[in-house]
Design a protein around this ligand. Structure first.
Ligand code: DP6
Length: 372
């Protein structure tokens, strides 16, 4: 079994003075939700997600070897106690984002000791509007981790692709749990599960069996109900599951739902898919409503949308369903062959409930891509 030790970089036999890499990494939408974690970003239950295609972060990492004069010894060295980096968002310095990156570097330096030998310029942008309420932590941490692995591969050129992607997911997890599911596509499982071979709490793995035609190019239209700042940070959110009265049942349910979703993805059972996915979304919010402190993150318009989706589904037998993140926005999931009629329904009946009528059309994607 792969353990944390396997991700400590050694055999770095090449040297590289400076250069740059650029990667894009997509967002993902969980079908079975990660909600609750232990020390070191270990999930309390396994989760599974669709990787998205259009909502992504593009990050360029430029690096140059440091030259630091140590007064005490009178020597020049390339390492220091501190990390050295500049952070640009859409080309402009963004101080507010730096503490998150600092913390990420602190968490991963044990596995990437070479980080202290370089000065970095991290230049990042998203394809979706920043204040859209779409979390950029998954795509952002995944894109940065891909770049760091490109640097590590330059220092260790014989590294295999399998190790490259596995460690990228491992690093991304340490930045933000759900980010480990954004490295690959199109369906990724994170967290040890009895029926998913090679599944691990340490990194995401591609869904091991083949996925039924019904789910190929599955659509996700994201309805932006509330673009406000997150009411509950993910740290606070996951903490709510400590001493939660229903925690154990919830974690057991996630294992069960993952088994069920596995069968559904293999067989193409859309009704089964809808039941599990909607139940997972509502359970996530039920957990928030029944924790102490408690939160209601859905808005009246979220409920209006859900009710309209149910009515439309009943009347037309169109197999669309919704899921939610830890916020008010609604992800509408549906097969590609009903795209026209669902988009017509969204434009006709749902846009009125979106802030400024905004929604984003996305679909299942294949993970991070290097931009050369
Ligand atoms: C509700 O991955 O944002 O979207 O590990 O603290 O960064 P951290 O949390 P994060 O949590 C995502 C929670 C969720 C469900 C999911 O994506 O599985």
């Amino acid at each position: 079994m792969v353990s944390e030790k396997d991700f400590i970089a050694n055999n770095l036999n090449a040297t590289i003075e400076n250069g740059s890499f650029q990667w894009s990494a997509p967002s993902n939408i969980a079908l079975v939700k990660y909600w609750g974690k232990k020390e070191n970003q270990i999930p309390a239950n396994p989760s599974v997600s669709f990787t998205l295609n259009h909502c992504k972060t593009i990050t360029k990492l430029a690096f140059s070897k440091r030259n630091i004069f140590h007064e005490a010894s009178g020597k020049l060295t390339t390492t220091d106690k501190e990390f050295s980096f500049d952070l640009l968002f859409e080309g402009k310095p963004k101080e507010e984002f730096k503490p998150k990156i600092q913390k990420f570097f602190e968490r991963i330096v044990l596995y990437c000791p070479y980080l202290k030998e370089y000065h970095f310029t991290i230049d990042t942008e998203n394809t979706f509007p920043h204040s859209s309420g779409i979390a950029s932590s998954a795509s952002g941490m995944a894109a940065l981790s891909m770049n760091i692995m490109s640097l590590e591969k330059a220092l260790h050129p014989t590294m295999t692709d399998a190790y490259f992607f596995q460690k990228a997911s491992f690093l991304a997890r340490l930045g933000s749990g759900s980010a480990c599911r954004s490295v690959k596509g199109s369906v990724v499982v994170w967290g040890k599960h009895a029926e998913i071979e090679n599944s691990s709490d340490l990194f995401g793995v591609e869904f091991p069996s083949s996925i039924h035609e019904n789910f190929k190019n599955y659509q996700d239209t994201i309805l932006l109900v509330d673009k406000g700042e997150k009411q509950v940070s993910s740290t606070v959110g996951h903490d709510l599951m400590h001493n939660h009265p229903f925690a154990e049942q919830r974690f057991a349910q996630a294992h069960h739902n993952l088994s069920a979703v596995k069968t559904v993805l293999e067989s193409g059972n859309l009704d089964g898919f809808i039941k599990i996915v909607e139940s997972e979304a509502l359970t996530l919010h039920a957990m928030m409503m029944t924790s102490l402190p408690y939160f209601i993150l859905i808005k009246p318009n979220t409920l209006e949308i859900i009710n309209r989706i149910w009515k439309f589904r009943n009347e037309t037998k169109t197999p669309l369903c919704f899921t939610l993140d830890a916020g008010a926005n609604v992800h509408v999931l549906y097969p590609e062959n009903v795209r026209e009629s669902v988009l017509q329904f969204i434009k006709g009946e749902l846009v009125g409930y979106c802030q400024n009528g905004t929604y984003i059309c996305d679909a299942i994607g294949f993970g991070a891509i290097e931009i050369k």
